[in-house]
Design a protein around this ligand. Sequence first.
Ligand code: NDP
Ligand code: MG
Length: 390
Amino acid sequence: MKRITILGATGSIGQNTLDLIGRDADAYKVVALTGGQNIDQLARDAIRFRADIAVTADPARYPDLKAALAGTGIKAAAGPEALSDAAARPADWVMSSIVGSAGLAPGLSALGQGATLALANKESMVCAGPLMLAAARAHGATILPVDSEHSAVFQALIGEDLSAVERVIITASGGAFRDWPLAELANATPEQAATHPNWDMGQRITIDSASMFNKALELIETKEFFGLSADKIEAVVHPESMIHALVGFRDGALMAHVGPPDMRHAIGFALHYPDRRALPVERLDLVALGQLTFRPACETRWPALRLAREVMAAGGLAGAVFNAAKERALDGFLARDIGFLQIAEVVEEVLTRVSAQPGHIDAAITLDNVMQADHLARVRAEEIIHQKRG
Ligand code: NDP
Ligand code: MG
């Protein structure tokens, strides 16, 4: 029986993971489920899957969780430390699907006990790729990508020699605003940004798709995860979201991963790896599909992509600063303190200010330094948002 923990069980990826596990429940023992504000869902799933422990990230929600689990024998816990403790409970496979840099410490904790980490939380690779890979090496743990593009690249690389890779192309749907005139983007609302043309995902990543910050994070994730140089990594807009990524080899061959936009493919691949088992995803009818189209991922329209290039060139803690500034700017957009186009302006300004302070970007990539850079970037972003409002 495979022992499973899901960090971020109440979210979109967490629920898709439980959907797969629920189809073959006898094959799995659920150790820990974690969530944030959605206590009803967390308690319901903990009871349904007979988890040992359920954890909410928010200490203020502990009484609710405790009450919801009363009499079930399932342990309740709360707070960031409890999340990392839950991730350290012996398990064979841990899904890292908390949103944001809050997923980093629990993910590291899961690696520390040698579990296979199915990584949806791209932020941990962006903030601390070398730390994640070193932790996996030190504890004999495996990290499997769950982000659809990175799962696609991983699958295209099976049996291949990384040194034969000439380029990696990840695709972007273009998000909610791909067909909007540039002039109208300034007035885009959070509600408009939170509707995705192809994928059904959490609110934050959906808005990040519209701003292309999701693809920016993924360019950095590709570099960190596969150890490729930035000049070998490209993004292309592919409105149908059927091809997730392509790997180009030095003989000119391009290996594409094609499938419907359903995260249960990438999750299921990581769940059963190295086996390939049947998954409940739609089988594509290519004739019905008719055509697949591609457009340039324009760095003028989407400055996030240009900033990602700068972050990859800078290295060090630039990824942590970039991600945290984006997280804070996104909060500002959601609160209507800044407009849609100002998300990228805030991030760029934070990168400029933090980079100007010696020792901030080139400090060693330790968990403490990453969390400090994350904090500093949020403080700077807050100041800039305040100025823009004022
Ligand atoms: P959701 O917003 O749907 O879910 C996020 C999860 O994290 C929820 O369980 C939420 O709890 C929990 N959470 C929120 N804040 C915190 C916090 N501060 N500390 C601990 N837990 C917290 O996100 P998604 O499932 O869409 O995305 C999860 C991760 O997977 C992200 O990193 C995203 O980029 C990545 N990803 C997602 C894809 C998708 O299809 N959704 C595709 C590829 C990657 P609660 O809801 O109970 O408050
Ligand atoms: Mg993705």
